[in-house]
Design a protein around this ligand. Structure first.
Ligand SMILES: [Cu+2]
Length: 453
């Protein structure tokens, strides 16, 4: 109790704006995380009511026709005719961040989850459960009409828009097409109005749109705005006694600028990011499934970061904790973050010649086994063979190895034994990281990251 009080006092004195973190699909949230998220939505309404504020603002500046008054900026539908006013992706990215920071002031472990509406389309999906997003419909009089007005995007429609190469064409078709607009209309009620941020699902939907934009930007690198500021985030707007800082949309075309990463299918990849501690010290990256950090993930001297997982952490070449930095990785086994035992403190993933080595070397043997639960995998890293052993035998369970883009490269059947060895199946793999999944009756039983020397 005393601890809680201290936290609250601190928050009142120092304006805390967290927001490094790993966003994940809502269906990967633990029960506790769901409750915390729902509570944070309710708590925001108690004031300062950022939900209402964003809904009113979004409605007020939704769209003005350029021919009426070209000096009036707006949020939506500026392409293809008004590219000089276009801010669709960047504005929604920044408003997600604004909400996420407000929630993290309530509970620092919250990150906004995403709803992949191209795969999760049932009106009785757990998204709409009464103890999750469903309850807001009556509580906040949202008048949703799930599936009544439009269709959700097909995966092929997502691929289609993601395949575009011109940024403004991409932004325009995303905004107007089924992936963004269709999902707004499919939910109906407030979500299909200009006050759509009134519906909490708005933020889960826009987290998905934001994730897609991040993937597009990682692949094509073509995001570029003609503007250097955005309405609301122009350095003059004040909400709840705080002036919001100036945000150049071109500075946030990479979501990593704010330390945001999206996890997918039980894997979070942390890369191309340098810890700043601008808003949180240490920066915390928590995900209960696998976390892989490398490829220019850097903790500079005098900066500090924690990476926390329940499943496994792999540090790949390109992960750097510079001398003088503080880095903690921990793999826990509890259900609450604060109870996680920290296995390694302030050790750097180098051997004594300064060569990066795999994190596995730092984990005691039982921790290695816990990485994949009831199914042991060894050796990892591997060179020419890899063996899986389970405590029981499972008929026709399949071991599949994917590359990081999700392409299926090799597989083997567990058969009736309790172990399986892959050797010739993996002889063609080049050195690097891969995903390994064990599928039982078609669904994923276990997943892990494996490294080939
Ligand atoms: Cu919008």
């Amino acid at each position: 109790m005393r601890k809680l009080l201290l936290v609250i006092i601190t928050l009142n004195i120092i304006p805390v704006a967290f927001s490094q973190g790993i966003r994940k699909s809502y269906d990967e949230m633990t029960a506790l995380e769901r409750i915390n998220l729902v509570n944070a939505f309710y708590q925001l309404r108690n004031g300062p009511d950022l939900i209402n504020e964003l809904a009113v603002y979004h409605g007020e500046f939704f769209n003005f026709d350029d021919t009426e008054d070209p000096t009036r900026l707006d949020i939506h539908f500026n392409l293809p005719d008004e590219p000089e006013r276009e801010v669709f992706f960047a504005w929604h990215r920044q408003s997600l961040l604004e909400l996420e920071r407000a929630m993290q002031n309530i509970n620092p472990f919250i990150t906004i989850p995403y709803w992949n509406s191209s795969l999760d389309q049932a009106t009785n999906s757990q998204l709409w459960d009464n103890n999750f997003m469903g309850q807001f419909n009556t509580d906040w009089t949202l008048n949703r009409n799930l599936g009544g007005n439009d269709q959700l995007p097909m995966p092929s429609e997502v691929n289609q828009v993601q395949s575009l190469t011109d940024f403004f064409l991409y932004s325009d078709l995303m905004e107007r097409g089924p992936v963004h607009h269709g999902a707004h209309r499919w939910v109906g009620g407030a979500m299909s109005s200009t006050a759509s941020p009134r519906d909490p699902v708005f933020f889960l939907h826009h987290a998905y749109i934001d994730k897609l934009w991040q993937e597009w930007q990682d692949l094509r690198g073509g995001s570029s705005y003609l503007r250097n500021s955005m309405l609301r985030y122009d350095g003059t707007y004040t909400f709840a006694g705080q002036t919001l800082s100036l945000v150049n949309p071109n500075n946030i075309v990479d979501g990593r600028f704010n330390g945001i990463f999206y996890a997918d299918e039980q894997l979070a990849e942390l890369d191309s990011y340098s810890v700043t501690n601008a808003t949180r010290n240490p920066e915390v990256f928590f995900y209960q499934f696998d976390i892989v950090a490398g490829n220019n993930f850097t903790i500079p001297a005098n900066r500090s970061a924690r990476i926390e997982s329940l499943n496994g952490i792999r540090l790949l070449p390109g992960f750097r904790a510079i001398e003088g930095s503080s880095f903690i990785a921990s793999i826990g086994n509890g259900s609450e973050l604060k109870d996680y035992p920290t296995i390694i403190r302030n050790q750097r993933p180098w051997d004594n010649r300064g060569i990066p080595i795999n994190w596995d070397a730092y984990l005691p043997q039982d921790e290695k086994m816990r990485n994949i639960g009831e199914i042991g995998i060894y050796p990892n890293p591997f060179s020419d063979r890899i063996t899986l052993i389970s405590k029981e035998s499972y008929d026709n369970w399949v071991v599949v190895i994917y590359d990081l883009q999700g392409r299926r490269l090799a597989q083997a059947i567990f058969g009736s034994g309790a172990s399986v060895t892959l050797d010739k199946e993996i002889s063609n793999l080049s050195p690097g990281a891969y995903h390994l999944k064990v599928l039982g009756n078609g669904s994923s039983v276990k997943s892990s990251t494996i490294i080939k020397h």
